[in-house]
Design a protein around this ligand. Structure first.
Ligand code: HEC
Length: 214
């Protein structure tokens, strides 16, 4: 083998170590600048940091106030029982802690019709439009909304129903982020009214009107 070839091979082998040495150095030595970052993907993006100015909005605030209608996590009404539907030792609140008035029931009815009736039906039998459509599709994955006129729901304390709205129950999603605490109690009162309307007896009718029924 000619000597020049041996020298060339030795030099090439020596040179081939340089990239490796550079890589090892880059990984171990600390630097003040950020690393070379050739493929960016979405690692570095422009963004508005908390409490900073931002000229897109007229008030120059980067942080935006909550959208109208945003539900506070803990609206400042009532005590713990009103907030959570439970009393301190974990027992359910037996009856609605807010005063039940015709105005509250009217509000409850309106909110119920908006938020609950699509599944539970206007009278609470679990036959809302969503549920009927799901039955029609026959996909076999639909859990029917519980009828309020079953022993189970009739026997639930008010606080339990409040909690089902706040946090959801089994397959039912939570409505706590959409319905404020006061409206949840209004809905509970209206659910109780619905139950009473479907399980009424002659004794619930004022005496002077009973004759008209017979
Ligand atoms: C998207 C459909 C849907 C909506 C909307 C809905 N529910 Fe339900 N709800 C269900 C389903 C499904 C169940 C039964 C869940 C299960 O058994 O897994 C249920 C169960 C219940 C129960 C019985 C829970 C128990 O075991 O005590 C109550 C009470 C109830 N819902 C109240 C409400 C109220 C009040 C609203 C309105 C704020 C509401 N639901 C909105 C689907 C819905």
């Amino acid at each position: 083998m000619p000597r020049w070839l041996i020298s060339a091979v030795i030099i090439l082998v020596a040179l081939s170590w340089i990239p490796l040495a550079l890589a090892v150095r880059a990984r171990t030595v600390k630097k003040t600048e950020p690393r070379i970052h050739i493929i960016q993907d979405m690692d570095n993006q422009p963004k508005v940091k908390a409490q900073s100015r931002f000229t897109l909005f007229a008030d120059r605030r980067g942080m935006r106030p909550p959208v109208a209608g945003t539900v506070e996590r803990s609206a400042a009404i009532g005590d713990e029982a009103t907030q959570r539907g439970r009393i301190a030792d974990g027992e359910w609140v037996e009856t609605t802690p807010v005063e039940v008035t015709p105005a509250l029931l009217a509000r409850g009815r309106e909110r119920y019709d908006i938020y609950c009736s699509p599944c539970h039906g206007l009278a609470g039998y679990g036959d809302g439009m969503v549920s009927r459509r799901a039955d029609q599709l026959q996909e076999g994955t639909w859990t029917p909304p519980t009828s309020f006129h079953t022993e189970l729901v009739l026997s639930r304390p008010d606080g339990h129903i409040f909690n089902s709205i706040s946090n959801g129950i089994r397959n039912m999603p939570s409505y706590g982020s959409q319905i404020p605490v006061a409206d949840r109690w209004a809905i509970v009162a209206y659910v109780r009214a619905l139950q009473r309307s479907q399980n009424a007896t002659v004794d619930d009718v004022p005496i002077e009107l009973r004759a008209q029924l017979r």
